[in-house]
Design a protein around this ligand. Structure first.
Ligand SMILES: [Zn+2]
Ligand SMILES: [Zn+2]
Length: 209
């Protein structure tokens, strides 16, 4: 399958304090237009108790009709140890693009069980920067089971250029099973938007026949 390099479906902004101050939604759109991107998703880190979401959605709604770029209104939400997604319930519907990612270190059993629930969650669109923790391995049979589950639940798997993930072993098996992929820069600053140079190897694995 071919990946659309004119698409970046994982971009942060300045609503939390972990990204560059100038990573405003307006600047993201200007930069994306300069790069001639076709589609972007702004996916700020959310938690169930985040207090900025109303203003964020209002600002996204303001820009959606004011740019030629197709804009998805999104959130990146943490996969909790019980497999729930750390996102306010009001955004868990078709209107919002939800990237579910691990941001806390779990042991293998916790990780596997939480991941299965996240993949089965109908409100999750994509699993972000998927990879096992450094202190456990996932064997090929386990990856095959995940691949089947991803396909059965019509989830996408993100190829993430910040963390250079998923690992190649995952990608090769996922590809065999017909898993669908898209690109995410995970940009925390303006210049990272749409930059996939660090993951050329991963892109080649997906695109080679
Ligand atoms: Zn993340
Ligand atoms: Zn992110």
């Amino acid at each position: 399958m071919m990946l659309n390099l004119k698409e970046d479906l994982h971009i942060h902004c300045n609503y939390n304090d972990h990204s560059s101050k100038d990573l405003t939604i307006a600047n993201i759109i200007n930069k994306s237009e300069d790069l001639d991107l076709e589609r972007i998703a702004i996916t700020e880190h959310v938690r169930k108790n985040s207090e900025w979401t109303k203003k964020y959605i209002e600002e996204l709604n303001y820009y959606v009709p004011r740019t030629r770029i197709k804009m998805l209104k999104g959130f990146e939400a943490k996969i909790l140890v019980n497999g729930e997604i750390d996102c306010p319930a009001e955004f868990l519907n078709d209107e919002y693009f939800i990237v579910a990612s691990f941001h806390t270190k779990y042991n293998k059993e916790q990780w596997s069980e939480a991941l299965i629930k996240a993949i089965e969650n109908p409100n999750v669109d994509v699993i972000g920067h998927l990879a096992p923790e450094f202190d456990f391995k996932v064997d090929d049979n386990e990856i095959r089971n995940l691949a089947e589950l991803v396909v059965a639940n019509k989830k996408k798997i993100e190829i993430n250029s910040k963390y250079i993930r998923p690992p190649k072993g995952f990608l090769k098996i996922f590809k065999e099973y017909g898993v669908e992929f898209h690109l995410g820069s995970d940009a925390h600053s303006i210049n990272e938007i749409g930059d996939f140079n660090r993951i050329k190897d991963l892109i080649n694995i997906i695109e080679q026949k």
